[in-house]
Design a protein around this ligand. Sequence first.
Ligand SMILES: [Cu+2]
Length: 172
Amino acid sequence: MRSLSRLLFAAACLFCLPHLASAHEIKAGDLDIQHPWTRATAQGAPNGAGFMVIVNKAHEADKLIAVSTPVAASAELHTHIQEGEVMRMRPVDGIDVPAMGQAVLKPGSFHIMLMGLKEPLVKDTKIPMTLTFQKAGKIEITMFVSSAGAIEMDHDTMGHNMPNHDMSKMQH
Ligand SMILES: [Cu+2]
């Protein structure tokens, strides 16, 4: 069921891609930071996680090596690894962005871990974040806060409301 709903989500999403690109994409030199998003958190939750796609149009690889945001005491780069039956998070020293390629930060894979949230992350708000790349240096971005259980960025978070097009219902 999940794969079917994801497929539907992806298919429906094709129609709004151009819109998304203009609404939420940060270009810095040869890097495009696409749809940076995070999830709303419950009161008292210590941590959050951030996701995005980093597209590199250069003929040289780059690497995301550090992250900071004023909403958390610290931020780390993490990945998920499988240990037996269990998926565990592990800090990594960086996330490679291949030449003429992309790095995908998404649930269950590479992500930005926000450690020690100072306040809960509230749906439909935006949070500032600084990404530091080995070659491109610092890039300021804005993360959009989607709903708590989102596995994809909520479409209504991106500032365009489409009647009869409720993506949030298609994620489950
Ligand atoms: Cu993590």
